[in-house]
Design a protein around this ligand. Sequence first.
Ligand SMILES: NC(=O)c1ccc[n+]([C@@H]2O[C@H](COP(=O)([O-])OP(=O)(O)OC[C@H]3O[C@@H](n4cnc5c(N)ncnc54)[C@H](O)[C@@H]3O)[C@@H](O)[C@H]2O)c1
Length: 325
Amino acid sequence: MTLQIGIVGTGWFSKVHGDILAGMDGIRVTGVTGTTAAKAQALADRYPGAIGFGSLTDMLDSQKLDAVYLCIPPMAHGDIEAELIERGIPFFVEKPLAADLDTPQGILARLEQKPLVHAVGYHFRYKESIRRLKESLEGRTIGMALGAWMGDMPQVAWWRSQEGSGGQFVEQTTHIVDLLRYTAGEVTEVYAAYGNRVVQEHFDNVTVPDVGTVTMKLQSGAVATISNTCILPGGVSEVGLHLYTDSGILAWSPERLEIHVPGTKTAYTGQDNPYVAETEAFIHALRTGDTSRILSDYADAVKTQRITCAALESARTGNPVSMGE
Ligand SMILES: NC(=O)c1ccc[n+]([C@@H]2O[C@H](COP(=O)([O-])OP(=O)(O)OC[C@H]3O[C@@H](n4cnc5c(N)ncnc54)[C@H](O)[C@@H]3O)[C@@H](O)[C@H]2O)c1
C-alpha cells in the first residue's frame, strides 16, 4: 500500500525530509503546508502531484494522509500537534519540541489521552557510531562527560530570537543533551552560565546568548558539562560528546567515534545516513504498528526539553535547578 505523507513547513529541513520520503518505495509526498499556499506550492512542486496549502486544516480536509512531518521553527509548535492528535494522524516532529517547556508538556498530555504513532527527530540516536558507543560502554563506569556545539549563527531570523528558538542550547545543543541522556543516563541537576559576547554587535534583533556552559549532575553520580557558542565564523565548528570512563575515553563527533584504551586508539567513521534510518523506523511503525525501531518518542524528548529549559532558567536566576529525578 502506498502511504501518503504531508509536510508542514517549507524551509530547509522540509526539503531534506521530503526528498528522503519521495525517494522511498511505496511513499508519496502528497501535501505541503506553509505560511502561505504559494510558498507551500513552491516546495510541493518538487514532488509529483503534490499540492500546497495555506493551512494544516485545509490540507487535512483535502487529503487522507497517513502521516505528517513537522519541520517548523520552535515557536510554531502547539496547535499543529493538537490538531493532528485530535484527528488521529501520526506525525514525525523535528527537534526541538518547542521554544519552551509548557507547550510540549501540553502536547504530551494530549498524546497520552489519544495515543498514536509518532517520532521525534533526534537523528544522532540512529547513527551506527552511537550504537557502537553504547555497546562499548557496557561494563564500564562513566565518570564524566564533556560535550560541545561550537559553531556559527544560523541565518534564519527566528533563530536569533529568544521567543523564536529558545536559544542555542534549546534549539541546537539539545542534540548533545539528548545523546548525554541516551548514553549516560538521566540528569538530576542543572547549572548554567550564559553570556553575550559578539553576535548582538553584528546582527540586528539578537536576543539569544551567544556563549554558554551548562554543568549537570547525573542520576548515576557522574557529572557532565556541555558548552555552546554561535560566535564562530562559518566553516569553523566543533560538535561532539566525550565520555571519560574507568577503561578509557570514548570521543564521539558526528563524523567519528574514537575509543582510547591503554595501548590502543581505534576510530570508526561510518557514512550511514541517520535521517534515512529515522524515517525508515517511523515508516515501519506506520505500516506495522511496531514502534520498537523508533529511538526517540515524544515522552522521552520532553525529558531532554526539560533539561534545556532548566538550563535557561538557571542562567536567568544564577541558581542550580533540580530536575526532581
Ligand atoms: N535534526 C536536524 O538535524 C535538523 C536540522 C535542521 C533543522 N532541524 C529542525 O527543523 C525545524 C525547521 O528548521 P528549518 O531549518 O527547516 O527552518 P526554516 O526556517 O528553513 O524553515 C521553517 C519553515 O517553517 C515555516 N513555518 C513557520 N511557522 C509555520 C507554521 N505555523 N505553519 C507552517 N509553516 C510554518 C516557515 O515559513 C519556514 O518555511 C527546526 O526545529 C530545526 O531545529 C533539524
